[in-house]
Design a protein around this ligand. Structure first.
Ligand code: GDP
Length: 324
């Protein structure tokens, strides 16, 4: 595989090259990891897309929203990439987020690129590869990268760490109670978007929006937000209403963050987060070498026999690995 050629294709925005590049960064084969690192170093640096993280439980309308929102953006001449971080495929091999057949209008749009969720063995791996896929999309000149995930906790944190803004998509609630959305996820959201504000569901959607707007007002104002943010909007992904207003809110927020230094600061913090994550993963990988496994087994036996104290044996082990 010629990495220089591949990097050049990606830099020109060729979708085939981008797809091949993403396949490469998603691979866990050791030789592919080496090539992936070369590719990430060879692509143009410094191109920036707006990275939008999007979460919501199954059925709230994520695919429908992404399709309508994406079509609106491509209609304005923007190039849009869609990636998915799917924690379900990590556990069961099945995907909550579905497959390529979703969003078929957007998939046929020449200004859009849709990547189905990778099937991986653990979320940590999925996350790193998704972040690298985002980097490839930016290098390919996409203006907007939408990173979709499902509302189950850990995957939101991971997606928020690779996004400039984070959207939480909700469906109209039945009553006036908040929909069991975990506080942590609410605190991550820059924009709460209540979907399905159409037909019979419209009044419920308006109420849900008001409930969440109230809850957001009660939360501590974050330094990275201008007045009025985080905020809640209503949309109908099906009838394509409210999408422009949602986009305007995102643009206003990101513009403010750029002008006030938070955009750069967040990206810098995120780079540090991924660096530390990579260090942890590299250290964990050290445990899998034959040398480490043998030492672990040997010291483990000694501890089990009562010949060594667990903490002392652990220190001994770490020293044997050559890490002080
Ligand atoms: P996902 O699981 O979050 O990706 O949700 P989907 O996009 O697959 O949508 C789930 C269901 O909600 C589908 O039957 C959609 O047609 C429906 N849906 C999505 N958006 C809207 C909307 O704006 N209004 C209404 N009434 N239904 C919607």
């Amino acid at each position: 595989m010629d990495i220089t050629d591949l990097a050049r294709g990606i830099a020109k925005g060729e979708r085939r090259a981008l797809a091949r590049g993403i396949t490469l960064v998603e691979s866990s084969r050791e030789d592919h990891r080496v090539l992936a690192a070369e590719l990430l170093a060879a692509i143009p640096q410094g191109r920036e897309a707006l990275r939008i993280g999007l979460s919501g439980t199954p059925g709230v309308g994520k695919s429908t929203f992404i399709e309508s929102f994406g079509m609106m953006l491509t209609g304005q001449g923007l190039r849009v990439a869609v990636l998915a971080v799917d924690p379900s495929s990590a556990r069961s091999g099945g995907s909550i987020l579905g497959d390529k057949t979703r969003m078929d209008r957007l998939a046929r749009d020449g200004n859009a690129f849709i990547r189905p969720s990778p099937s991986q063995t653990h979320l940590g791996g999925v996350a790193r590869r998704s972040r690298e896929a985002v980097a490839l999309c930016e290098a390919a000149g996409f203006d907007v990268v939408l990173i979709e995930t499902v509302g189950v906790g850990q995957s939101e944190t991971v997606v928020a760490q690779m996004s400039d803004v984070f959207l939480l998509l909700l469906a109209p609630g039945g009553g006036d109670e908040l929909q069991g959305v975990k506080r942590g996820i609410m605190e991550m959201a820059d924009l709460i978007v209540v979907n399905k504000a159409d037909g019979d569901l419209k009044p419920a959607a308006m109420r849900t929006r008001a409930d969440y707007a109230g809850a957001l007002r009660l939360m501590r104002k974050r330094p990275q937000d201008p007045e009025g943010y985080p905020c809640a909007t209503t949309v109908s992904a099906l009838e394509e209403n409210g999408l422009a207003e949602t986009w305007d809110a995102l643009c206003e927020l990101t513009q403010w963050r750029r002008e006030n230094g938070f955009w750069k600061q967040t990206r810098a913090d995120q780079a540090r987060y991924w660096f530390e994550d990579a260090v942890k993963n590299a250290l964990l990988a050290q445990l899998e070498t034959p040398h480490a496994r043998a030492a672990l087994a040997q010291l483990g036996k000694a501890v089990a026999r009562g010949d060594a104290e667990p903490s002392a044996a652990a220190r001994d082990f770490v020293q044997r690995l050559g890490i002080k």
